[in-house]
Write a protein that binds this ligand. Structure first.
Ligand code: DX5
Ligand code: ZN
Length: 223
């Protein structure tokens, strides 16, 4: 599949959110990536349902909601009602992951699992067939603008191999420290979706930065 670009709203200007949402609507971005943090699973708090609903009011593309919260089962329906198209939970935050993923699908959302940098791909072996999307964290979750962790490439390859054996339609998303300096290599390794916060919103022209990520030519790297 042609890769997707999901700008992370965490790096947007919260005082002018509507402007940034319109920019994403008019850009070549595919999804809105929305980071929800609870101050427990990660050492930061982002925003909750009122802000998500406000984003949903203006967003014209699917909301890809990344839950960095403990025990997300408590809030799945609320996230769906606030506009989530995809709901991604953390492997490390779910005691009964299969139950959680089933609940997400029952709500009519795509079900995603995120894994932290220290969590090996192999823990997904017995759940991969029930997952629509795996988000490989390429930074420790909690903040935008962090340095990309190089071990991510190895994990993408391992996950691509696992998906070829057990779930051909799995989408692989990379989240954290993604930009023009590594995007083509990530796609070549097997990524389908690139999340980008700082690389988009700190650019002189965010919309151009999105287009550049969208039109990467990975054939150059394949020879
Ligand atoms: C980190 C979040 C990311 C973050 C990415 O915990 O999950 O989505 O916003 O930001 P950048 O692209 O700046 O690393
Ligand atoms: Zn995220």
């Amino acid at each position: 599949m042609k890769h997707l670009i999901a700008p992370s709203v965490l790096s947007a200007d919260f005082a002018n959110l509507q402007t940034d949402i319109k920019m994403i609507n008019q850009s070549e971005a595919d999804w809105f990536h929305i980071d929800i943090m609870d101050g427990m699973f990660v050492p930061n708090i982002s925003f909750g349902f009122p802000v998500l609903s406000a984003i949903n009011k203006y967003a014209e593309k699917p909301l890809d909601v990344h839950l960095m919260i403990m025990d997300p089962d408590r809030y799945l329906r609320d996230f769906k009602n606030s506009g989530a198209a995809n709901i991604t939970v953390h492997y490390e935050a779910c005691t009964h992951l299969h139950r959680t993923l089933s609940a997400i699908k029952d709500l009519g959302c795509k079900a995603g699992v995120a894994i932290n940098p220290h969590t090996p791909v192999s823990v997904l072996e017995d759940i991969i067939q029930d997952v629509d999307l795996v988000c490989i964290m390429s930074v420790n979750p909690g903040f935008g603008g962090q340095k990309f962790i190089e071990n991510t490439y190895k994990k993408i390859q391992a996950l691509r191999y696992l998906s070829s054996e057990k779930n051909n339609s799995l989408m692989i998303e990379i989240d954290g420290g993604v930009g023009m300096q590594n995007a083509a290599s990530l796609l070549k390794a097997g990524a389908d979706i690139l999340v980008a916060g700082n690389a988009v919103f700190a650019a002189n022209d965010p919309s151009v930065a999105i287009s550049e990520l969208k039109h990467l030519n990975i054939d150059i790297l394949t020879s």
